[in-house]
Design a protein around this ligand. Sequence first.
Ligand code: ADP
Length: 395
Amino acid sequence: MSARNILVINCGSSSLKFALVNEAQATFPLQGLAERLGSPEAVVHWQLGDAKESLNLPGADHREILNHVLPLAQEAAGGQLDGIGHRVVHGGEHFTASSLIDANVLEGIRANAQLAPLHNPANLVGIEAAMALFPGLPQVSVFDTAFHQSMPEHAYRYAVPDFLYKEHGVRRYGFHGTSHRYVSKRAAEMMNLPVEDSSWLSAHLGNGCSTCAIVNGESRDTSMGLTPLEGLVMGTRSGDVDPNLHSHLARTLGWSIEQVDRMLNHDSGLKGLSGLSNDMRTLSEARQAGHPGATLAFEVFCYRLAKSLAGMACGLQKLDGLIFTGGIGENSAAVRERTLDHLKLLGFQLDGEANARCTRGVAGEIQVTGSPRVLVVPTNEERQIALDALALLDA
Ligand code: ADP
């Protein structure tokens, strides 16, 4: 059998990311991004082999983009496309693993839309468009939340009245599950440890950020909650604040729920603290030049991350390693160093040279001898989605 190809699709409300994953190739034969869908500025960028191209498609929606992507994917796959994998944000308590999509699965994704009103409907649009365009191909949904369904009740319940959980699903779900799952498996492979007898702390630090405690290949706790706002400081998201902030701002400034939500999700985090940017690379440069806002944002980001990791340690009996991943985790030696400065009590100490070496896709161990292990592991959510799709095809 020749190596199989899976087209991976990640639909946001006005964007669509895609990648063709070949099971035998380390790089993607095709990958791309369509943005500003539904507007006159709709555009799709893609890279096929070494060639980069862009096309303006004014007014294009998800379906039109997929119409355009299909022939590209077939070309990149040499005419042999074996399946499609869809990233779906919220699987609620319905989905504890990836699923082959049928009418029941579609209904389950729809039923969870209330928990992710911006994301699940966009994911469904992508799935339905792909099913209409590729009716003969198996399609698989891979949920951000599914990995965390193994959390024990004491980790996933909020201390609010019971009926809010039982009747309305108010609990902690967690996100970034595909990434935490992928990097913890990779870490076990890199260290020659059996996944089913290993314990990790993982920090996924991208535009969204979360930590996770992973035991024997299962999530035991994670920093995001009912929504991806809980937990760490992120690009534009505040992470944890006092839950009374909503009522405080309503009382003192007359703000509506929508205004507070917007501020916490879009104007906070690194952007809000620095007054400069949501982008850690920009902030790192500004910090080196002495910018006070960038310095503050960096310091709060690292301290809160360390605090979250120390808390996550409650989910473990032993530690085989702390994993850094995501754009910041994979590239910022300064964030790794400053974060571990705050975790000296747990014995962490970095090897400066190894820490500096692990950037731009270089994986490896970065601690000194005697310190608990610290690993940089590049994430690859597209490959994990394709692996899940292939496993379901084999089953
Ligand atoms: P997304 O969550 O959108 O997938 P990424 O995982 O690509 O995002 O992470 C984006 C973040 O990674 C941005 O804050 C970016 O500035 C940061 N980043 C990328 N390279 C570096 C670097 N060399 N130093 C510091 N931060 C970096």
